[in-house]
Design a protein around this ligand. Structure first.
Ligand SMILES: [Zn+2]
Length: 111
């Protein structure tokens, strides 16, 4: 296992799993609780003060946790600035819609 692979309380999701609505930007289409950036995993949920916060690892977006999520109230929080997060989410979208962008392409697919 390499660094950046989700473990423990972290969960691995597809971008589509996060999209609740279709807004102009992906970041606005997922439910982010505030624009405050937590570069490190918050010790307590800013909302309900629950002390179990997990990371959200979005496939194809960023090799590490992209968001934080409260285990209790399920609020999600930013790890990166909003526009930066949007860029990562856009990358995930590209990965999903174009299979050739995927990192792991079977050797037989190459000419
Ligand atoms: Zn909470």
């Amino acid at each position: 296992m390499q660094a950046g692979i989700p473990s423990g309380e972290d969960r691995l999701v597809m971008l589509d799993d996060l999209l609740l609505s279709r807004k102009d930007t992906l970041i606005d289409s997922i439910s982010i609780d505030s624009e405050f950036v937590f570069s490190d995993k918050p010790a307590h949920c800013p909302h309900c003060h629950h002390n179990k916060i997990g990371g959200v690892f979005v496939m194809g977006a960023y090799m590490g946790n992209l968001l934080w999520e409260c285990d209790k109230c399920e609020s999600m929080f930013l790890r990166f600035k909003k526009d930066e997060t949007e860029e990562y989410l856009q990358a995930a979208k590209g990965a999903w819609t174009n299979p050739f962008d995927w990192r792991y392409v079977p050797k037989s697919e190459f000419n």
